[in-house]
Design a protein around this ligand. Sequence first.
Ligand code: GDP
Ligand code: MG
Length: 174
Amino acid sequence: KRSLFSSITGFRVLLGDMGAGKTSLVLRFVKGQFHEYQESTIGAAFFTQVLSLNEATVKFDVWDTAGQERYHSLAPMYYRGAAAAVVVYDITSMDSFQKAKKWVQELQRQGNPKLIMFLVANKADLEEKRRVDNEMGEQYAKENGLSFMETSAKTAQNVNELFYEIAKRVVKAS
Ligand code: GDP
Ligand code: MG
């Protein structure tokens, strides 16, 4: 049995189209903040947070990548060593959903069977502008062996749940 204070460090990476809300999800989780005019990420940003689960303390190291195509070639160095990857799309943008699927395919091509993958449908607060049905995301996740969650960085819906769920899965797998 693992001691209460054992610490597990692992890298997680956030991927997805620019504007999907990756930085906002991390800021909501780490600082409890949300900014309507979130500056877009250049290259990648690194965040760290400690989470206490019953069975372990998890030091959460998160690489928040820029979704822009021109940074695409930077991504492998972040996700190669990752224990978990979170692919985020914006429920108000079908394009962001298509881009998310491309990221999932790219991750699957990496061929790391142990990589824990989450598909996250963000901006769930913008229900009136929704373009991607919940079922579409859920179905795609199911078919590709990903965990699926709908979140809102704005209202904090499911944000802590998402990061705790990732931590739990990582601890279980370690
Ligand atoms: P990133 O490029 O994926 O890191 O996306 P950002 O975190 O920079 O967010 C892009 C824009 O979407 C910003 O204007 C955010 O304020 C906004 N945004 C992010 N998450 C949400 C959300 O859950 N709901 C709403 N309404 N807006 C969001
Ligand atoms: Mg960003």
